[in-house]
Design a protein around this ligand. Structure first.
Ligand code: GLY
Length: 332
């Protein structure tokens, strides 16, 4: 017996050493998901060219985030890079290409959250800041506040040296057409080009930190200083290490009332639900109230999932395990 133990023991020690070495050599894990808006998105309404252009734009934003994460950068930098690129792309309702207010201007909202510290920054109703996601990040990192709005937010942007542009810089002919359509009253609330189109990103970095960011022009024809869910921490944007990071897109009023992003993370933390189950259950609640839209979620375990309560969502996800997907319609 002693002889047998003597033979097996070195084997067990070698195996244990081997798995420790394997763990040390394992690729550090990262994960990212992005969205560019959810709503009525049907194949029959898309040309081949438009479909391809959206997929290329999503892939470019995903690649920007992936590059940061694969190089060992932070989830905050990955989220900032991806959202900034989507803000620069006139196809999406954020930054350049933001929808028009009823009065023919643009008012932009954005937020970012660091899951490591649960620090957050948000801006609402800004009209001259080229990249609202950069301003949200400045609010988080360089002010004692979480949310700044309107003129004060712009003064802060100017003091911090962020790029300012005339409000007309955000103009696009397509969004102007959308405003004209809204003013005729002949559009459905679900039209992605009219109501939705918010952009966002969520990421887990190789250090185990989660982050979420969201940016939007809001809803076409909005009035009276209307603010949506995107800049409201816990509604459109939320991140908490060890649980999840969420960015939402959809009919903001409903997402605020449900507290979508925080509720989703709470379901994971308190009920032990998977990211997918929590996303589906939270969106079902939005739908019960009459709202719709979608979420992207990255869990602390690296799961990158989509929740969609609409016929489509511009979206993408990538992980260190080799996942790389961009998609538009719900059934793909
Ligand atoms: N989800 C963006 C908004 O409602 O403004």
């Amino acid at each position: 017996m002693k002889k047998l133990i003597g033979m097996i023991a070195p084997l067990l020690v070698a195996m244990a050493g081997g798995s420790a070495a394997m763990a040390q050599n394992a690729e550090p894990r990262w994960s990212i998901a992005i969205h560019g808006g959810a709503g009525t998105l049907e194949r029959k309404d898309m040309t081949t060219e438009k479909d391809a252009a959206y997929r290329a734009a999503l892939q470019a934003a995903l690649d920007a985030g992936k590059a940061v994460l694969a190089a060992g950068g932070t989830s905050l930098d990955a989220v900032t890079a991806a959202v900034r690129l989507l803000e620069e792309d006139p196809k999406f309702n954020a930054g350049k290409g933001a929808v028009y207010t009823w009065d023919g201007a643009h008012e932009l909202d954005a937020a970012i959250m660091d899951g490591r510290t649960r620090a957050a920054g948000a801006v609402a109703g800004v009209t001259t800041v080229r990249n609202p996601i950069l301003l949200a990040r400045k609010v988080m990192e360089d002010s004692p506040h979480v949310m700044l709005a309107g003129k004060g937010a712009e003064q802060f942007a100017s003091e911090k040296g962020l790029e300012l542009v005339p409000n007309s810089w955000f103009d696009t002919p397509e969004r102007l057409e959308a405003l004209k359509k809204v003013k005729t009253g002949k559009v459905t609330a679900l039209d992605v080009d009219i109501k939705f189109g918010t952009v966002g990103a969520v990421a887990l970095d190789t250090h185990g930190n989660l982050a979420a960011g969201t940016s939007t022009g809001g809803m076409t024809g909005k009035r009276w200083g209307r603010i949506g869910d995107a800049p409201i921490i816990g509604a459109g944007t939320y991140a908490e290490n060890g649980v999840c990071a969420v960015s939402a897109t959809g009919w903001g009023e409903y997402f605020i009332r449900v507290g979508v992003a925080r509720t989703l993370c709470a379901r994971m933390a308190m009920k032990g639900e998977s990211a997918q189950a929590a996303a589906d259950a939270t969106l079902a609640d939005v739908a019960r109230l009459g709202g719709d839209g979608g979420v992207i979620v990255v869990g602390a375990n690296g799961d990158a999932v989509f929740g969609i309560e609409a016929s489509g969502m511009y979206r993408g996800r990538a992980t260190s395990a080799g996942v790389n997907q961009v998609a538009i319609y719900k059934d793909e």
